[in-house]
Design a protein around this ligand. Structure first.
Ligand code: PEP
Ligand code: MG
Length: 551
């Protein structure tokens, strides 16, 4: 698929005419985005279109466009220049997250531009059983894919953490990003075979391979249906060991969705995502209202783990201006930033504490690398709790995502109520590989034995002090990793919402005793690929042995 070239005249037909044209297009785009939001399948999808609507109200963007209109430019030219300049600004900041915002801006920018130019956004004419191959898909294009016809898609650009990837997961569409540009030269209608599990696009598939993958796909679909049907069942292994399966969330909507899919609580509320798009800090009342609403939705029988602001690194927050750093991932990130600006942390603690009593409240500190950080944060929390007249402190824990914290888990354990292992960052810091680096993506693998050994060290230290350990990094959302995590003694798996039923079903197919054997085995292997292979064999022999039958 390729996008048509748009023809844009620079000069306008008078400021008032062009101003009216831009206003009309912005209004029409906002309405179209509202329709898409209302029709959205999941909260992730709705959230993206809401963010697009917000981008259309961005004052800097509108100011730039209006300034060009006063200079006599056409609405199309003014709008296009303003979006391009803003997107370039985002891209130039060297952050993966802002690069995604740039992609969103380009997407919503095109939508408005086509409306100004009166170009119909014709639906793609796709054949049945289509694999879409494109330079890059926009979030709107992805959300608009007709899943009755499209079996999957492949893009040259994009990353595994992009909005497009989030949408693909929500739609249950296999997708592959970062393939060589030659894929674009393939003729329409040519038969290809996409195996997204393995990250492979076969250009000359034979009939046997096609049939085999079609059968596997059918099994996947049936298994998914069964998992969702049984999502309310607890995650208990065959030999009776309960593993709590909770959700990673970033909004109230996601909490509701998680509960509907059998989530037993929230293991990670990424609080920075609540206000990522804001230019001003939310008021203390608004913050307190958000946390309380989420806590109420969960109720007093479920855990709510609120992570304090984790900004810096790849997550700048517009209303917390930061100085430029040479190595943002090694700089003022997470708890370090909050301790530099204690007022920020104080305010957040106060807002979180307002939800005490509505759910089983836990507060979690991100990016802790030194014991002193934990002590300082606890002191602030105690002061705020006292000021509010609370007699009982909520549970306080830390994320284990820096090797120093994992290696010193025995030193931290007496001072915390729980640990939650952030394998995304733990992998990046252990292997010294940027988590967003496209060329290192296949090597920065959380299945590496070094990461697994740090998990083992952490669990051992925590249990020796009677504390529980969760894993909230993406490793917990991988069915393949479940046996090793359970075998190492992890008590809670906090996973991305759509995967809750899958992870619970996986737990129910395992035996703790077997998991302990496989965990010991993989800790002794040499590299991630060997670990994956060992776990794949184990998975095939346990979870996949019983074919799912249609009924
Ligand atoms: C992690 O690092 O594994 C984690 C859960 O935190 P985030 O992905 O938000 O950095
Ligand atoms: Mg992290």
């Amino acid at each position: 698929m390729a996008e048509p070239e748009l023809h844009i005249e620079e000069q306008g037909a008078g400021e008032s005419v062009e101003h009216a044209a831009l206003t009309r297009a912005l209004l029409a785009a906002t309405e179209a985005l509202q329709v898409l939001q209302d029709k959205a399948v999941g909260s992730a999808q709705a959230e993206i279109f809401r963010a697009h609507q917000e981008l259309l109200e961005d004052p800097t963007l509108l100011e730039q466009a209006h300034r060009l209109l006063t200079e006599g430019k056409s609405a199309a030219f003014a709008w296009n220049s303003a979006t391009a300049a803003t997107a370039k600004l985002f891209l130039g900041l060297g952050s993966a997250l802002l690069a995604e915002r740039a992609a969103d801006l380009a997407d919503v920018g095109q939508r408005v531009l086509k409306l100004i130019l009166g170009i119909e956004d014709s639906a793609w004419e796709l054949p049945d059983r289509a694999i879409v191959i494109a330079e890059q898909l926009t979030p709107s294009q992805t959300a608009g894919l007709d899943t009755r016809k499209v079996l999957g898609f492949v893009t040259v650009g994009g990353g595994a953490t992009s909005h497009v990837a989030i949408l693909a997961r929500a739609l249950g569409l296999p997708s592959l990003c970062g393939v060589p540009a030659q894929a674009l030269a393939l003729a329409n209608g040519k038969q290809v075979l996409l195996n997204a599990d393995k990250g492979e696009l076969h250009l000359e598939p034979d009939l046997a391979a096609v049939e085999q993958l079609a059968a596997t796909r059918k099994q996947h679909i049936l298994r998914r249906e069964r998992e969702v049907e049984q999502a309310a069942l607890p995650g208990i292994t065959r030999d009776g060991h309960h593993v709590e399966v909770t959700a990673n969330v970033a909004s109230l909507q996601e909490v509701e969705q998680a509960l509907a899919l059998g989530g037993e609580g929230v293991g990670l509320l990424r609080s920075e995502f609540l206000y990522l798009d804001r230019n001003r800090a939310p008021s203390p009342e608004e913050q307190a209202g958000t946390y309380s609403a989420i806590a109420r939705a969960l109720g007093t029988q479920r855990n709510l783990v609120v992570r304090t602001l984790d900004v810096g690194g790849d997550k700048p927050l517009a209303y917390v201006p930061m100085e430029r750093e040479t190595n943002p991932f090694l700089g003022l990130r997470g708890i370090r930033l909050c301790l530099e600006r204690p007022q920020l942390l104080r305010e957040q603690f106060r807002a979180i504490l307002a939800s005490a009593g509505f759910a089983r409240l836990h507060i979690m500190l991100p990016m802790v690398s030194l014991l002193s950080e934990l002590h300082l944060a606890r002191k602030i929390l105690e002061e705020e709790a006292t000021a509010l007249g609370l007699t009982e402190l909520p549970k306080l824990g830390i994320m284990i995502e820096v090797p120093s914290a994992a290696l010193m888990a025995d030193v931290f354990a007496p001072h915390v109520d729980f640990f939650s292992i952030g394998t995304n960052d733990l992998t990046q810091y252990t292997l010294a590989m940027d988590r967003d680096h496209p060329r290192l993506a296949s090597q920065a693998d959380s299945f590496h034995p070094s990461v697994l050994r740090l998990i083992a060290t952490t669990v051992k230290a925590a249990h020796a002090h009677g504390k529980w350990v969760g894993v909230c990094g993406a490793l917990a959302s991988e069915a393949l990793a479940v046996p090793v995590l359970i075998g190492l003694g992890v008590d809670e798996l906090s996973v991305s919402v759509p995967l809750i039923p899958t992870i619970k079903a996986t737990v129910r197919e395992l035996d703790l005793a077997d998991c302990q054997v496989i965990a010991r085995q993989v800790l002794g292997l040499e590299e991630a690929a060997q670990v994956r292979e060992a776990l794949r064999l184990y998975h095939a022999a346990t979870v996949e042995t019983s074919p799912v039958v249609e009924h």
